[in-house]
Design a protein around this ligand. Structure first.
Ligand SMILES: Cc1cc2nc3c(=O)[nH]c(=O)nc-3n(C[C@H](O)[C@H](O)[C@H](O)COP(=O)(O)OP(=O)(O)OC[C@H]3O[C@@H](n4cnc5c(N)ncnc54)[C@H](O)[C@@H]3O)c2cc1C
Length: 386
């Protein structure tokens, strides 16, 4: 059996390793347009590579029932033992799993060496622009017109459009579309949000907070706790990335707001009492206990010093104007619709012998190892059926 894997990112390399582990006799060839495979992996988890999450709930994904069915077959314990079965030791930090080296680059080196040891062929540096079934075998076509043929199966692992400098520029969606696949349009996910509002004096300021994504009626769509990072035109930080992904999935249907609670541990009355008590003790500098001067003066110049200030600290509201672009996004919202593949094997329903894994499918998760978990889970589900 000869298998072509288009895309040598996380899901493509995991697929190749899993197939060769179970079937050393198969010939597996990976094709990646970049000069190096797994370029994106180096950037993951701020260079530490957050591989998995111990709480791999389907609810953290956009397609909970599709991902949930696969997770039932392969819960997180299976994903951990799969990596351990490759010889990868893991480090668990709260719920987040990293390689024991805590280094994305050593993890990539390990996978490269494992691929070599398993005799996986990796062809680098040229884009694949199409594939076709010629009789009983598949052929791949490079951008320069060269054709390679003789593949019994093709695995499409070309990713989404996020951080295109790291390889996944979305170019292969053109081919997939030509083959008739339905695609949900792609949008940047896990990026900062651009908001309407006054951010004077706040750029670069961080504060522990709770933030809500709310619709026009004030209904909570999603809530996150964590560290907020103010920018001069919006909000960033992991909590905001997650809120952005949920917002992007709504696809501009209506007006949405971000509401920020800088004192989630206090109710409004309790916060008013606390600040009044502090004000009595130290009238001119009581807010120094909570905020730097620039932040205080920004809040006071907009909201005054009393009731309105308490309300703003408990729930300042910003209209969402848009998101930061793909160049900064960690994941793509959208991709090939999941009902194009068999939910158990990820084999295409249109083209027998063609499989889709990883981010090329319309599956995305929140921050915290969910997306690399999906890369591994999808590769595992596909590979055990080959
Ligand atoms: C900065 C950053 C940090 C991240 N941190 C984390 C994290 O800590 N934890 C986590 O779970 N997720 C993280 N992610 C998300 C995660 O990296 C991706 O979800 C994951 O890499 C997707 O795997 P994939 O194989 O589907 O796609 P990719 O890893 O994007 O790989 C696709 C590959 O296909 C190749 N390719 C594309 N088109 C063609 C073509 N036409 N011909 C040949 N080759 C082609 C590309 O060069 C690329 O190598 C992060 C992402 C970014 C950008």
């Amino acid at each position: 059996m000869k298998i072509a894997i288009i895309g040598g990112g996380a899901s493509g390399i995991y697929s190749a390793i899993l197939i060769k582990h179970s079937h050393p006799e198969y010939e597996v060839v990976v094709f990646d347009k970049e000069e190096k495979a797994e370029r994106k992996m180096y950037a993951t988890g701020n260079g530490h590579c957050n591989l998995l999450n111990a709480v791999l709930s389907p609810d953290y994904f956009n397609e909970p029932s599709f991902v949930g069915a696969l997770l039932k077959r392969h819960p997180v314990s299976d994903l951990v033992s799969t990596l351990e079965g490759f010889g990868i030791e893991l480090l668990k930090n709260d719920d987040l799993y990293y390689p024991l080296s805590y280094s994305a680059s050593s993890y990539v080196s390990f996978l490269e060496n494992l691929a070599k040891a398993l005799h996986i062929v990796i062809n680098l540096g040229d884009s694949i622009v199409d594939y076709s079934l010629d009789g009983k075998v598949y052929s791949l076509r490079y951008a320069n017109g060269k054709v390679v043929s003789g593949f019994d199966k093709v695995v499409i692992a070309t990713g989404g459009m996020s951080s295109p400098k790291l390889g996944s520029d979305g170019s292969f969606f053109k081919a997939v579309e030509r083959h008739g696949y339905k695609i949900n349009p792609l949008l940047p996910g896990l990026v900062p949000l651009k908001l309407e509002g006054n951010f004077r004096g706040l750029d670069g300021y961080r504060h522990k907070a709770r933030a809500y994504l709310k619709d026009e009626e004030g209904k909570i769509v999603h809530q996150e706790d964590g560290e907020l990072l103010y920018k001069d035109d919006g909000l960033s930080g992991i909590m905001m990335f997650n809120l952005e992904s949920v917002y992007a999935r709504l696809r501009n249907k209506g007006r949405y707001f971000i509401e920020v609670d800088l004192f989630p541990e206090y109710g409004e009355t309790a916060l008013r009492d606390l600040l009044n008590k502090d004000k009595k003790l130290n009238p001119s500098f009581y807010l120094d206990a909570y905020f730097p001067k620039t932040v205080q003066s920004r809040f006071i110049s907009i909201y005054g010093n009393d009731d309105k200030l308490v309300k703003a600290l408990k729930g300042e509201r910003f209209l969402i104007k848009g998101t930061y672009p793909f160049t900064l996004s960690q994941v793509s919202i959208g991709g090939v619709k999941v009902d194009e593949v068999d939910p158990s094997t990820l084999e295409s329903k249109r083209e027998p012998g063609v499989y889709l894994v990883g981010e090329v499918l319309d599956v995305d998760g929140l921050c915290g190892g969910y997306n690399l978990s999906w890369a591994l889970l999808s590769a595992l589900a596909m590979s055990e059926h080959l």
